[in-house]
Unconditional design. Structure first.
Lengths: 314, 363, 513
C-alpha cells in the first residue's frame, strides 16, 4: 500500500477533480437559482466534443475552449427554454440532453472525421497548457508541470463564485430567485431572466469541464468519455450543500477516490495474491457517490424553490 | 376530446423531432429524405422487416413499461439499463446451473430469476430514497455503471468458456430455450429471433394496465405519484410505496433478459443492450405512461432501430446514432408539452395528466 | 397618491375573476375592499401591482393612465404591496430581504451596511421595530409583517396595498397594526386593505368598496354603514352571521390526550405537554393564531407524524392508539379534514370518484373480488353519488377531476368523504378557509349535525368568529401549550386574544372542563 500513497496521488487528485469542479460550480449557479440541472453530463460531453473538434481544426486550445463554452451554453439555453418557457420537467428535459449527447457527437464526428465516435488525435502542442508551460522559468517545480492551467482557473472560479454569490446584487437576486421566486418577483427582480442567465452560465462552466477532459487531460474525444462525471459533479454539489468552497472540497474527495482507483489497478492484491479484478476497482467512484448521497442528503439544505418552475398566473 | 388531444401531443412531438433531426442531417451534408426513407422503409417488409421490428420492440416494451410504471408512481427510473443487465445475467446463470432440469420447470425458473433480479436491482435505489431521501435519478445511474461492471466481472472470471475471445457466458441448457415464433407462424423463418417473449411483453402490458387502473395497488401507486402528501393522508406508506414501485419497475425491465437470453442468444452476451434502458424513457414519455401508448411508441422506436442498420450502411455520412438523436429530441419535445397547451394548465411534468415525475426534488 | 381601476377585466381560463371593475381610491385614506373568498379583490390588487396583467381596462395613478406589467413598474410608480402570504426569503436576513431588487452600492459590490443604516432610520420613523441582521426564519409573524411594510416604505411607496393583513395576528397585534396604519395615513400615504373581516373594516377604514363575483357592488363611507349591510352586499342576500346551534349533549369520553409533546425538525418543541379530552356529542374548538402547534396536534392525532417526534399518550375509546398508523386510525373511526386541502386532502388530477375513496380505497366497498384487490366500480359509483348528493357538491359529475371544482365544493367533497365513514371522532382543521359564504353555512350546519349524531369533534380554526360560534368548549393555544380553556358563549374576543398571546384571561370566563 505504501507505494500507492505518493505525491503523485495528490496531483492525480487535483487533475481528476478539475473537471468535476468546473461542472459542479456550473451546476451551482443553475441550482441556486432554482433550476435543477441534470444535464451536466450532456453539457460536458458537448464541451468535450466541440473543444476537440475545434482544436483539431484551428490548432489552438483557446479556440477549442471558446467553442466548448459556446456550444455548451447553447445547449444549456435549450434546456433553459424547455424548462422555463415551456415548463418542462427539469429532470426529464435534462435526461433528454444527456441522451442527445450520447448520439450527436458520434454522428457529427462520423460526418467530419469519418470515424465511429472519436475525434482524431490532437498533437501535444495544441492541448491546454500546464502551469509550467505558461510560466516557463519555474519548470523545476513539479506542481507546475503536472498541473494544468485549468486547475488553477478552477480554483479562481470557485473564489470568484463565492464573491459573486454573497457580495454582489446579482448574487443576492440569484439566491432569492432560488429560494422564493414569488418574493423575488414581488420585489421587482426579473426571475426568469436570472434563471436563463444562470442556466447558460452552468453550460459555459460545464463545457469548460468537458473541454478539459478532451484537450487538457487527454488528446481526443471518445464516445461517452465523461463516464458519469456530470452526475458525480451533481452529487458533489449536494454534498457541498450548494456552497462554492464546500462543493470544491467535495469534488476533491471524489477526485481522490478516482485517483486511488487508478493507482490501485494492477497494484492492489487480494489476500490470495491475485490482482483485484479491474471491474471492482472501476465500481469504486460510483459506490462512493451512492454512499455520499445517502449519508448527506438529509443534512443538506437545498435552495427552497429548486425544481419548481415559476408560474405566477396559476 | 381529451383523448384526441392526448393523441395529438405525442404526434406533434414526433414530427418536431423528425424535423430537427432532418436539420441535423442536412447540416452534416447528407439528404434527410434519403435518410428517413432508409430509416423508416426497411421496417415493413415481410418477413424480415416486420419480424425484426417486432423483435426489437420487445425489449422496448419492457423498459417502456418499467419507466411508465415508475413515472406513474412519481419516480424517474433511469436504471432500466442496469436492471436488465443484472436480470439477463441471472437468467443465464439459472439456465446454466440448472441445465439438467426439464423445460417445464426450467423456463419458468429462468423467467422468475430475471424478474426477481430486476426487481432487486430496482428496489435498491427505492430503498435508498425511502430510507435516506437520496434521489433515484443519480442512484440508478450509478447502479447502471455498477451493474455493468459487476456482470462483466462475473462473465469474465467465472462464466466464460475458457478460450472464447468473446465476452459471453457459456450457453444455457437446451431445456431453457424459448421457442421462436417462426415455428408457429407460416412464412416466418426461425432464423428471425422474434420469440414468445414478444407475447409475454403484450401480456405484461395488459397486466400493467390492470394493475394501475383496476387494482388498489395501482391506485396507491398513482396516488403517490400524483400527490404523496395526500396519499400519506389516505393511509399509504410512502416509503413502502417507493420501494414497491421501483421493484415492479425493475422487474419489468428485467424481463428484457427473457427475450435476450432465453429467446435469442441462449447465453449471456456482454453489452447486448442497445441502449434499451434509455430508449425506454423515450418510449414511456411518448406513450404517455400508458401501456397502449408504450406499445405504439416501442414499435415506432423499433422501426427506427431497424432502420438504423441500412442508414449506417447505405448513407455516406449518417451513422445509426441518428436514432439516439431522434429519441433525445422526442424526449425534449414531449417534456416541453406546455408548448402545445393553450389553456394554461397548471400541472406540468412528464406526460402531464397521465403521470408526472416527482417534483424533481432536491438534486 | 390616488389609484383608479377603470373597466378592469381578467379571466383565468373559465373563471371571470374581474368583470369590468371600476374602483377609485382617494388619496390619503384607509380604504377597505371587502368581498367573500373568490370575489376577485386579490386579483384586482395584484393587477394594480403588476403581478397579473388585465385582459382589458386601465390603471390610473394620480389621474394618469399607466402601464403596469410587472411589480417593477408598480414599485417605480410608488405602489407597494404586502401579500397575504409573506413574500420573504426565509434563510436571508431582514436587510437582504428589504433591499432585494433595490440594492445600494454598485453592480459589483453590495453595500449592506449602508442598507442596514437606512433601515434603522425608517424603523425609527414609522415605529416598526425590527433587527436588520436577524434571519427571517427566526422572526415572529408580527415581526415578519413589519419587514414587509418596511420593504414597501424603503422604496418610498406612496400607496400601500395590504392583502388580508390581520389573518395571522392576535387581537392585540391587530390593534398595534391599526395604529401603524393610522400613522401612515396621517403621514399622507394611501392605504388599501383587502379583507373579509367586517369588524375590522368598521374599526379602521375610511371608505369601503364591496366586491362580489368580480364586480363592484357597493362603495360607501365606513361611518355610514353597518356589518349587516356590508354582509348583505357581499353575498347578495340576508346572511346568518351566527349558526343556529342547539345545546350539546356530551356523552362518554372518546379522545383523551395526556402530556402530548411534539418535537420539530430543528429540535424545538412544537407542542408541550398538552392534555385534554373530547367527548362524543360535543365540539371542542381550538383557537389560536396559526403556527402555535395546532397543525402538529392534528397531524399527530391523525397518525401523520413520525412516531419519533411524538411523546405522551393518545387514547381513543379507551385504547392507546399511538401504535396505530394513519390507515388503522381511520379504520378505528377517526376522520380527518385537513387544513390544506390541496396538499393533503385531494388528488387534484384524479376524478371525484377516485378522490372519494381516498383513505378507504383498499377495503370494501371500494374493492371486491379475488383477495379484495380489484377496484369495485359500482361500489365506488354508489359512494360518490351519495356524497355528491348529500353534500351538495357541484358540478355533480363524478368523472370530473377534482381540480375543476371551486374551493368550496372541493371542501364539501372532502367533508362528505370523511363524514360518511362514519366517524366516531372528527378532526377538522380550518374547515372554511377559502370557501364562499354559501358553502360555509352548509359546512357549519353539517358539523353541528355530526355532533348531534353523537360524534366527537375537535375543531381547529384560526377564524375566531367561526370557532367561537361552533365550539361547545374552547381551548386556546399559544406557543405549543394550551393557554387556557374558555366558555365560547361568554368569553369576549379580547379575552381570548389575551390567551392567544400568552396572557391570562380574567376569572369568570374559564369554562368548566
Amino acid at each position: 500500500m505504501r507505494s500507492i500513497l505518493t505525491l503523485s496521488l495528490v496531483f492525480s487528485t487535483i487533475r481528476l477533480a478539475t473537471p468535476l469542479v468546473w461542472a459542479a460550480i456550473g451546476g451551482l449557479y443553475s441550482e441556486r437559482s432554482g433550476v435543477v440541472n441534470i444535464a451536466l453530463e450532456g453539457l460536458m460531453l458537448a464541451g468535450a466534443f466541440t473543444a476537440a473538434a475545434v482544436t483539431f481544426y484551428t490548432h489552438s486550445p483557446w479556440a477549442g475552449l471558446g467553442g466548448a463554452m459556446g456550444a455548451a451554453a447553447l445547449m444549456a439555453s435549450v434546456l433553459a427554454v424547455a424548462c422555463i418557457r415551456f415548463k418542462a420537467n427539469e429532470v426529464v428535459a435534462g435526461t433528454g440532453i444527456n441522451i442527445l449527447f450520447l448520439g450527436l457527437p458520434a454522428v457529427l464526428s462520423g460526418a467530419l472525421f469519418l470515424s465511429s465516435g472519436s475525434t482524431p488525435q490532437i498533437p501535444k502542442e495544441d492541448l491546454l497548457p500546464t502551469l509550467a508551460q505558461l510560466v516557463p522559468i519555474a519548470s523545476q517545480w513539479r506542481i507546475l508541470s503536472d498541473v494544468s492551467v485549468m486547475s488553477l482557473l478552477a480554483l479562481l472560479v470557485v473564489v470568484l463564485t463565492s464573491y459573486v454569490l454573497y457580495r454582489t446584487p446579482f448574487g443576492l437576486r440569484l439566491r432569492s430567485v432560488g429560494e422564493n421566486p414569488e418574493a423575488a418577483d414581488a420585489a421587482g427582480v426579473r426571475v426568469n431572466r436570472i434563471r436563463y442567465v444562470s442556466v447558460a452560465l452552468s453550460g459555459v462552466l460545464a463545457g469548460v469541464g468537458g473541454a478539459y477532459l478532451s484537450i487538457g487531460q487527454s488528446s481526443l474525444f471518445t464516445r461517452n468519455m465523461t463516464a458519469g462525471r456530470g452526475f458525480i459533479a451533481l452529487a458533489a454539489l449536494i454534498f457541498g450543500k450548494w456552497r462554492p468552497v464546500q462543493t470544491m472540497l467535495a469534488c476533491l474527495l471524489f477526485g481522490f477516490a478516482d485517483a486511488l482507483t487508478i493507482q490501485m489497478q494492477g497494484v492492489a492484491k487480494l489476500p490470495s495474491g491475485e490482482d483485484v479484478p479491474v471491474q471492482f476497482i472501476q465500481m469504486i467512484p460510483y459506490l462512493v457517490t451512492i454512499v455520499v448521497l445517502a449519508g448527506f442528503i438529509g443534512q443538506s439544505r437545498a435552495p427552497g424553490a429548486l425544481g419548481v418552475p415559476y408560474d405566477k398566473e396559476s | 376530446m381529451t383523448f384526441l388531444r392526448e393523441l395529438l401531443f405525442p404526434l406533434i412531438a414526433v414530427l418536431c423531432a423528425f424535423l430537427v433531426g432532418a436539420i441535423v442531417v442536412l447540416f452534416i451534408g447528407d439528404s434527410p429524405v434519403e435518410t428517413y426513407r432508409l430509416l423508416l422503409g426497411s421496417a415493413f417488409s415481410w418477413p424480415d422487416g416486420i419480424g425484426y421490428t417486432l423483435f426489437f420492440a420487445t425489449p422496448l416494451i419492457f423498459t417502456g413499461l418499467a419507466v411508465a410504471v415508475a413515472l406513474r408512481g412519481g419516480l424517474l427510473n433511469i436504471g432500466a439499463e442496469g436492471q436488465l443487465y443484472v436480470a439477463a445475467f441471472a437468467t443465464a446463470w439459472v439456465g446454466i446451473k440448472l441445465a439438467s432440469f426439464p423445460a417445464v420447470l426450467l423456463v419458468p425458473l429462468c423467467c422468475v430469476a430475471a424478474i426477481a433480479a430486476g426487481a432487486v436491482w430496482g428496489a435498491i435505489p427505492g430503498l435508498l430514497k425511502a430510507r435516506f431521501g437520496s434521489h433515484e435519478v443519480i442512484n440508478t445511474i450509478m447502479l447502471n455503471f455498477i451493474a455493468v461492471a459487476l456482470v462483466g466481472y462475473l462473465t469474465q472470471y467465472h462464466y466464460r468458456i475458457p478460450g472464447d475471445p468473446i465476452m459471453e457466458s457459456a450457453p444455457i441448457g437446451n431445456a431453457a430455450h424459448i421457442a421462436r415464433l417462426g415455428r408457429f407462424v407460416p412464412g416466418l423463418p426461425e432464423r428471425i429471433p422474434l420469440n414468445f417473449a414478444f407475447l409475454l411483453a403484450l401480456l405484461a402490458s395488459w397486466l400493467v394496465y390492470v394493475l394501475l387502473w383496476k387494482t388498489k395497488w395501482g391506485y396507491e401507486i398513482r396516488a403517490t405519484g400524483q400527490n404523496p402528501a395526500a396519499a400519506e393522508y389516505g393511509g399509504v406508506s410512502i416509503r413502502r410505496q417507493v420501494v414497491l414501485t421501483m421493484a415492479i419497475s425493475g422487474a419489468l425491465a428485467g424481463m428484457v433478459g427473457i427475450n435476450e437470453v432465453l429467446g435469442y442468444r441462449y447465453r449471456y452476451y456482454d453489452g447486448f443492450s442497445d441502449n434499451y434502458g434509455f430508449t425506454g424513457i423515450a418510449v414511456a414519455l411518448l406513450g404517455r405512461n400508458h401501456p397502449l401508448g408504450v406499445i405504439v411508441a416501442a414499435l415506432l422506436f423499433a422501426v427506427l432501430q431497424r432502420g438504423g442498420v441500412p442508414v449506417d450502411a447505405f448513407t455516406q455520412l449518417v451513422s445509426k446514432d441518428i436514432v439516439l438523436i431522434l429519441q433525445a429530441l422526442v424526449i425534449l419535445f414531449v417534456a416541453a408539452e406546455a408548448m402545445f397547451r393553450r389553456s394554461g394548465r397548471r400541472w406540468q411534468g412528464a406526460g402531464g395528466s397521465s403521470g408526472q415525475a416527482t417534483a424533481p426534488g432536491k438534486i | 397618491m390616488t389609484l383608479e381601476l377603470r373597466g378592469i377585466t381578467k379571466r383565468f381560463g373559465a373563471v371571470l375573476a374581474n368583470d369590468h371593475l371600476d374602483i377609485t381610491i382617494p388619496s390619503g385614506t384607509i380604504h377597505a375592499i371587502v368581498g367573500e373568498n373568490g370575489a376577485g379583490k386579490s386579483t384586482a390588487m395584484r393587477i394594480a401591482y403588476g403581478f397579473y396583467t388585465a385582459d382589458s381596462g386601465d390603471i390610473l395613478v394620480d389621474g394618469q393612465v399607466r402601464e403596469i406589467r410587472a411589480p417593477r413598474d408598480a414599485i417605480a410608480l410608488g405602489i407597494g404591496m404586502v401579500h397575504q402570504h409573506f413574500m420573504l426569503v426565509r434563510p436571508m436576513t431582514v436587510t437582504e430581504n428589504i433591499v432585494l431588487g433595490a440594492e445600494p452600492g454598485s453592480a459589483v459590490s453590495l453595500d449592506l451596511r449602508k442598507a442596514a443604516a437606512s433601515i434603522r432610520a425608517l424603523s425609527e420613523e414609522f415605529k416598526l421595530a425590527v433587527d436588520p441582521d436577524a434571519t427571517i426564519e427566526n422572526l415572529s409573524v408580527g415581526q415578519q409583517q413589519r419587514v414587509e411594510l418596511l420593504k414597501a416604505l424603503y422604496r418610498r411607496a406612496g400607496l400601500l396595498i395590504l392583502d388580508e393583513p390581520t389573518a395571522v395576528l392576535t387581537p392585540q397585534e391587530v390593534d398595534e397594526f391599526f395604529g401603524i396604519l393610522r400613522r401612515m395615513r396621517d403621514q399622507g400615504k394611501t392605504v388599501i386593505i383587502i379583507t373579509h373581516k367586517l369588524s375590522e373594516v368598521l374599526a379602521i377604514s375610511d371608505d369601503v368598496t364591496v366586491m362580489r363575483d368580480g364586480r363592484v357592488v357597493g362603495n360607501v363611507k365606513t361611518s355610514d354603514t353597518t356589518a349587516a349591510q356590508l354582509a348583505r352586499l357581499m353575498v347578495g342576500r340576508e346572511v346568518l352571521l351566527r349558526v343556529e346551534k342547539p345545546p350539546a349533549r356530551p356523552g362518554p369520553i372518546v379522545l383523551s390526550v395526556k402530556d402530548l409533546s411534539i418535537g420539530g425538525h430543528d429540535g424545538a418543541r412544537r407542542l408541550e405537554q398538552v392534555s385534554f379530552d373530547v367527548r362524543g356529542g360535543e365540539i371542542v374548538g381550538v383557537a389560536g393564531v396559526e403556527g402555535n402547534g395546532q397543525t402538529e396536534l392534528i397531524e399527530a392525532l391523525a397518525g401523520l407524524l413520525p412516531e419519533s417526534r411524538v411523546s405522551g399518550s393518545i387514547s381513543f375509546s379507551g385504547r392507546d392508539i399511538r401504535p396505530l398508523d394513519a390507515r388503522h386510525r381511520r379504520e378505528a373511526g377517526i376522520a380527518h379534514v385537513p387544513e390544506d386541502r390541496h396538499r393533503r386532502g385531494l388528488l387534484l388530477e384524479f376524478s371525484l370518484a377516485e378522490n372519494v375513496i381516498l383513505g378507504v380505497h383498499y377495503r370494501a366497498p371500494a374493492v371486491r373480488g379475488m383477495g379484495a384487490v380489484l377496484l369495485n366500480r359500482p361500489g365506488i359509483q354508489q359512494r360518490v353519488d351519495l356524497v355528491i348528493r348529500e353534500f351538495d357538491v357541484r358540478p355533480p359529475d363524478p368523472s370530473l377531476p377534482a381540480r375543476a371544482l371551486s374551493g368550496g365544493n372541493q371542501q364539501k367533497l372532502i367533508i362528505g368523504r370523511e363524514f360518511e365513514l362514519p366517524p366516531i371522532l372528527l378532526l377538522i382543521s380550518q374547515p372554511t378557509r377559502g370557501v364562499d359564504i354559501g358553502a360555509i353555512e352548509f359546512i357549519h350546519r353539517k358539523i353541528v349535525a355530526m355532533r348531534d349524531a353523537g360524534c366527537a369533534v375537535l375543531l381547529v380554526s384560526a377564524e375566531l368568529e367561526e370557532v367561537t360560534a361552533l365550539a361547545d368548549r374552547l381551548l386556546v393555544m399559544h406557543n405549543g401549550h394550551i393557554a387556557g380553556e374558555v366558555d365560547p358563549a361568554r368569553a369576549t374576543h379580547e379575552q381570548i386574544g389575551m390567551l392567544m398571546t400568552g396572557g391570562h384571561a380574567p376569572s369568570g370566563v374559564e369554562g368548566h372542563s
